[in-house]
Design a protein around this ligand. Structure first.
Ligand code: ADE
Length: 418
């Protein structure tokens, strides 16, 4: 079996962490039990480009239980948990190509290794696997039925490929399932981003000016949790509707040029490039801390910071101190990569439970129905999304009400008024 990981000796620790995460993933476990009985993915080759974490390991184990043969590469150079990667190879016999801190060249070599397994289904997080297939590995298209996409950034890329008529196979946008982005993006990113910032810096958030750039689902979760820790949250937006929501959720909304002067901690979750750039670094206070929780490391314009700095040193793990020519210091966390996965462990398992339940069910759906799909981006079928919510509530021991016959009739009628 081919693989490239940091150190096989880490497998023991990784296996225990995978087991620990699995205890918080009841919905995925139910799917795994059914998959083991029904083997719906028998004969399928699946290549996953996902963050290599203990939660992802549970997903891969579920797909294997369903009969798939699986290979994985990292979806970010700094998000791999090396102990998990080792256990995937040794305990789960899954070809794994991921080393935390790998350079860009190795990152892409790993994507190619996963593609060498000739997948029928791709599972992407951010779109790099699919774009590599379209740009350099077109021969893979012959074997591929369809793919899934885990995150907002990837869905945006694939929708633009669809709009330009260049998408060559169907994609299920797992990110767009309500049981994914309402929970993973909001509560997962909210908590794990704070976790990453605190593990990297050990700063006190109470009383700090905490600037959240972007008020999508990730930004909302982050603002909510930062407020809960006693920070003064400032939101940056370009969308008037989202900005208005942020105002009425109780935050100050400022243009970046103003927030740059006030902020003590800045976190980008816009999904867009150059959200914080030279003009903003120039206005910042001495000691400003910058982190990114968006998918790619483009949201903070690091080349501007590099160009403005007269010195740079690593002051702590995941904390680079840039000293500007006038003596001010700016601290960049996790090299501007996803701070929740770089300095912490990513989203907690109980939220990944729903995201990855959607992934597993989407793979099953692709095996059953994929050949009927066109080269478009599809939502997760609504019934699947609702089923994941039902199972999650069940697993939490939470019962909900049902409509009475009278209520059903009322909701479907138009005659009844005042
Ligand atoms: N994305 C964010 N958190 C994650 C996790 N724990 N595992 C896999 N992908 C993630």
């Amino acid at each position: 079996m081919d693989y490239d990981i940091k150190d096989k000796k880490l497998a023991g620790k990784g296996k225990l962490r995978i087991e620990w995460a699995g205890r918080q993933m009841p919905v995925l476990n139910l799917i795994k039990e059914r998959f083991a009985r029904e083997r719906p993915l028998k004969g399928v080759r699946l290549a996953a480009c996902l963050h290599v974490t203990s939660e992802t390991a549970n997903l891969l184990d579920t797909l294997k239980a369903g009969g798939a043969s699986v290979a994985i590469c990292a979806s970010n150079p700094l998000s791999t948990q090396d102990d998990v990667a080792a256990s995937l190879v040794l305990d789960f016999k899954i070809p794994t190509f991921a080393v935390k801190g790998e350079d860009n060249k190795t990152y892409y070599e790993h994507l190619h290794k996963a593609l060498d397994t000739k997948p029928n289904i791709t599972m992407d997080d951010g779109g790099d696997l699919v774009s590599t297939i379209h740009a350099e590995r077109k021969e893979c298209l012959r074997e591929i039925i369809a793919g899934t996409e885990e995150t907002t950034t990837g869905v945006i890329r694939f929708k633009s490929m669809e709009a330009q008529g260049v998408l060559r196979y169907p994609i299920i946008a797992v990110n767009d399932a309500k049981t994914k982005h309402f929970f993973d993006n909001r509560y997962g990113t909210g908590q794990s981003t704070i976790d990453g910032i605190l593990r990297a810096t050990n700063i006190l958030l109470a009383g700090k000016n905490f600037v959240v750039c972007g008020y999508g689902w990730c930004g909302r979760g982050l603002a909510m949790r930062a407020k809960g820790m006693g920070a003064n949250v400032i939101v940056i937006e370009v969308d008037p509707l989202k900005a208005l929501e942020a105002v009425m959720d109780g935050y100050r909304v400022l243009p970046m040029a103003k927030a740059a002067k006030e902020g003590e901690i800045f976190v980008t979750v816009t999904g867009d490039t150059s959200t914080i750039r030279g003009e903003h670094f120039r206005a910042m206070r001495d000691g400003a801390i910058l982190a990114n929780a968006g998918h790619f490391n483009v949201e903070i314009k690091i080349p501007d910071l590099e160009a403005m700095a007269k010195g740079k040193r690593r002051i702590r793990d995941y904390v680079d101190e840039y000293t500007l020519k006038d003596g001010r210091r700016i601290y960049l966390l996790g090299e501007g990569r996803l701070i929740n996965l770089a300095a912490a462990e990513g989203h907690p398992a109980s939220v990944m439970d729903m995201s990855f339940a959607n992934q597993a069910l989407a793979a099953e759906y692709i095996k059953k129905e994929g050949k009927k799909l066109e080269n478009r981006v599809y939502p997760v079928p609504e019934e699947m999304d609702k089923e994941v919510a039902r199972l999650k509530l069940d697993s939490m021991g939470i019962a909900i009400d049902r409509l009475t016959k009278e209520q059903e009739r009322y909701l479907h009628s138009w005659e009844l008024g005042t």
